[in-house]
Design a protein around this ligand. Structure first.
Ligand code: NAP
Length: 328
């Protein structure tokens, strides 16, 4: 769409839209932008496919009555974006310049420019980094109760953390589990009083205070955890069929710090219900903006909105430039 004399010709590729990230938000944005004939460039990033690549069965994404494996869903979304003309590269963005349009985006030595950028870089769940955790991810170790709780009917679970997420996830998991034990490293929760009161009033929820998980036990599936008492230094083993991490998420926004307004927790601030950001022409969608819902389907919905917002923005830009040329 753009043939702009102002474009730095030393930077080889000018695009209408660059989408940074390849989770449900990024690929849905790509599907919509591609179907609007904008030939978007998707830069997939290091963790291509996003957090769904770490899950097994996804049973809450509409349209799959029998469920679908997380990686298979992401592969299908990529194929769908590709089918309509999105160019999808396995590039990890290392630098952006959002100070002026066309914006600059680089992956190492390779650079592009675009008048619209959609940020869909997601968030990364924090993990403990203890033995057994990585090996048993998807086999009882999870960071998403909404995604995986259903698989633990009448099972005993641990939830690690003391914030609102830990309270919410523990409470949610009691719908399935026979017992949920919150393991918290201090003797006081960080979570809001209302969330704590709700969790503690639940007869299925117990708390182990002043403890961290030192190891997750099990060969093919979680069988328990070794806990470290943060006061006495003693270790004990507890039985469990699953361990849910609720120790926070980190939005993947370090690339944009200082160039774009972030909220107090470093998520990209968007002007709800739109996906516009503090920089005109830059849009954001998915978990990189979201401290509340963090679902594949909400990310996909926001990705759709970002593509439509970007399309409208490019149209207006095109009209205003055509008007300026005519007047000149
Ligand atoms: P959070 O508030 O940062 O809490 C993280 C919890 O994990 C803290 O209790 C922390 O312990 C613990 N933790 C962190 N690293 C740990 C480690 N390595 N080992 C053991 N424990 C560790 O995160 P969050 O609960 O995900 O909440 C994030 C934001 O979303 C908050 O603003 C929250 O209010 C909001 N949120 C709101 C709702 C709701 O309103 N419905 C639901 C969920 C989240 P310490 O306390 O000792 O630091």
């Amino acid at each position: 769409m753009w043939e702009d004399a102002d474009v730095d010709q030393a930077t080889p590729q000018m695009r209408d839209i660059i989408i940074i990230g390849s989770g449900p938000a990024g690929y849905t944005a790509a599907i919509y932008a591609a179907r609007a004939n904008l030939a978007p460039l998707v830069l997939k990033g290091l963790d291509a496919g996003g957090q769904l690549m770490l899950t097994t069965d996804v049973e809450n994404f509409p349209g799959f009555p029998g469920g679908i494996m997380g990686p298979a869903l992401m592969e299908d979304l990529e194929k769908q974006a590709h089918r309509f003309g999105a160019e999808i590269l396995p590039a990890h963005v290392t630098k952006v310049d959002l100070s002026a349009r066309p914006f600059g985006v680089w992956a190492g030595d390779q650079g592009w420019r675009a008048n619209a950028v959609i940020i869909a870089t997601g968030a990364t769940a924090r993990w403990l980094g203890v033995p057994g955790e990585e090996k048993l991810r998807g086999r009882g170790v999870s960071a998403c109760a909404t995604c995986d709780g259903f698989f633990f009917k009448d099972r005993e679970l641990l939830v690690v953390g003391g914030g609102d997420s830990a309270m919410e996830e523990a409470t949610f998991l009691t719908k399935f589990a026979s017992k949920v034990t919150i393991v918290h490293r201090r003797d006081e929760f960080r979570a809001s009083k209302i969330m704590v009161d709700r969790a503690l009033a639940n007869p299925k929820i117990e708390v182990i205070w002043n403890a961290t998980v030192a190891e997750i036990l099990g060969t093919d599936a979680v069988t328990g955890a070794r806990l470290l008492d943060t006061v006495t230094g003693e270790t004990t083993e507890v039985r469990a069929d699953g361990v849910f991490m609720a120790i926070g998420h980190d939005p993947n926004t370090s690339l944009f710090a200082g160039q774009l307004a972030l909220d107090s927790a470093d998520y990209v601030a968007v002007h709800e219900p739109r996906t516009t950001t503090s920089v005109e022409g830059v849009f954001a969608a998915g978990d990189v903006t979201d401290t509340i819902y963090r679902q594949a389907v909400t990310a996909a919905g926001q990705g759709c909105k970002a593509a439509i917002d970007a399309e409208h923005f490019l149209e207006e830009l095109s009209h205003s430039r055509a008007g300026a040329h005519a007047a000149g």
